[in-house]
Design a protein around this ligand. Structure first.
Ligand code: NAI
Ligand code: MG
Length: 364
């Protein structure tokens, strides 16, 4: 037995989720083997996803959450396939987990990798990296609303999709962002708002931000409207360090950030329950990519970098940095999948990252 065994529930789910979770597991198991009994992972794979739905009519077992609850963490691929409407598959599995396990903080780093050509010209001569902190439990994805009046006949149905902003929900994600800013070289938090148009929820968001910022006099703060922020991502990304935003705004901005860094395929994410009452969940930002699934060409870096975020969550910070360094030396050597301009397969990139981990061990 090792000193520390982490129990991980793997949910590869659909499409490229299966390929990239397999790649990430290989990297994490390599690290565990190299720790010489320092730590180990005990994996349990769950078959949940659209294939499971095909057989059972459900996205996960009725007692699925109960089963997942006892794990130290969840390692997730991506959910969504042609046989199930996206709002059913997403709410049935991923949002079911993030909501019920109160994973209220979603950490999404935007990382620029050597050897990956960014569409952002600044990335060639300016050092850039920032992190999007997404409020992950309320806002526009609170699931509140309904559809009604269809009995009035065709064309008369109405739908309400209500955003929820609570003082407590805003405060906890903003404190999380400021605490993270304190650990970074550039100690700054930028809040993303739309209070000019959304005069209730977003005005509360702004007021809480101003209040919380006062408790962090050592951290710079500012507030930017979401439309202006999308332009800032492209034109002045050097101004960014920690970006805190509501559920929908951060969802959109983090995809923009990963596209600027080169591809959705390299973006990682952690869905955290910071109080650790429930397991947290680590997953690439991308979806199931049906257009390339099954061809062995998906980029495993998003999933592998999410594995590094999981290592950080377990306090294995040196190991997390080693994974990141192995990713960087692989991209710098030009071993790239097609989405970032190369021709290597998922396996080739994974093996190169594992080889880099082994090299870093022998040269240490
Ligand atoms: P997507 O992220 O699956 O794909 C968008 C584009 O990025 C595609 O061109 C795809 O080929 C590319 N891409 C994605 N991952 C890649 C990787 N690892 N390597 C190389 N290229 C990659 O988003 P899309 O097409 O909008 O959605 C497909 C399905 O995924 C839908 O059912 C959607 O609901 C679901 N989805 C699930 C998410 C999750 O589980 N967290 C997140 C986003 C979408
Ligand atoms: Mg998204």
């Amino acid at each position: 037995m090792t000193d520390r065994t982490f129990t991980i529930a793997a949910i590869p789910a659909d499409g490229v989720g299966k390929e990239v979770v397999a790649a990430g597991r290989r990297v994490l198991d390599t690290l565990a083997a190299q720790s010489e009994n320092g730590f180990a992972f005990e994996w349990t794979e769950f078959p949940y996803g659209c294939g499971y739905y095909e057989q059972t009519g459900k996205m996960m077992a009725d007692d699925g959450l109960e089963q997942l609850k006892s794990f130290d963490a969840i390692y997730f691929g991506a959910v969504g396939w042609r046989n199930v409407p996206d709002h059913i598959s997403l709410w049935g599995l991923r949002l079911n987990i993030t909501q019920n396990f109160d994973q209220w903080a979603n950490v999404r780093p935007v990382t620029f990798l050597p050897g990956v050509v960014s569409p952002l010209r600044k990335a060639d001569d300016t050092e850039l990296d920032w992190v999007v902190i997404r409020e992950n439990s309320e806002g526009e994805y609170a699931g509140l609303g309904g559809r009604n009046l269809s009995a009035r006949g065709p064309g008369n149905e109405v739908a309400l999709q209500t955003a929820l902003f609570t003082d407590k929900g805003c405060e906890r994600i903003m404190r999380f962002a400021f605490d993270m800013a304190r650990t970074r070289t550039v100690k700054k938090v930028t809040s993303v708002t739309k209070s000019n148009a959304q005069q209730f929820g977003m005005v509360l968001w702004d007021e809480v931000f101003e209040r919380v910022a006062k408790d962090y006099p050592d951290v710079e703060s500012d507030s930017v409207l979401v439309d202006a922020m999308s332009a800032k991502f492209v034109l002045h990304p050097e101004d960014l360090s920690v970006v805190v935003a509501s559920n929908l705004n951060a969802d959109i901005l983090s995809d923009l950030g990963s596209a600027l860094a080169g591809s959705l395929g390299i973006a990682s994410s952690a869905n955290l329950n910071p109080e650790r009452r429930f397991p947290s969940m680590f997953e690439p930002v991308h979806g199931s990519a049906p257009d390339i699934a099954g061809q062995g060409i998906s980029n495993p870096i998003g999933a592998i970098a999410s594995g590094a975020l999981m290592l950080d969550h377990f306090g294995l910070h040196d190991e997390a940095r080693r994974v990141e360094a192995a990713i960087e030396s692989t991209t710098a050597a030009g071993i790239l999948t097609r989405d970032i301009g190369g021709s290597s397969s998922t396996d080739e990139v994974t093996e190169a990252i594992i080889a880099a981990l082994t090299r870093s061990l022998t040269s240490a």
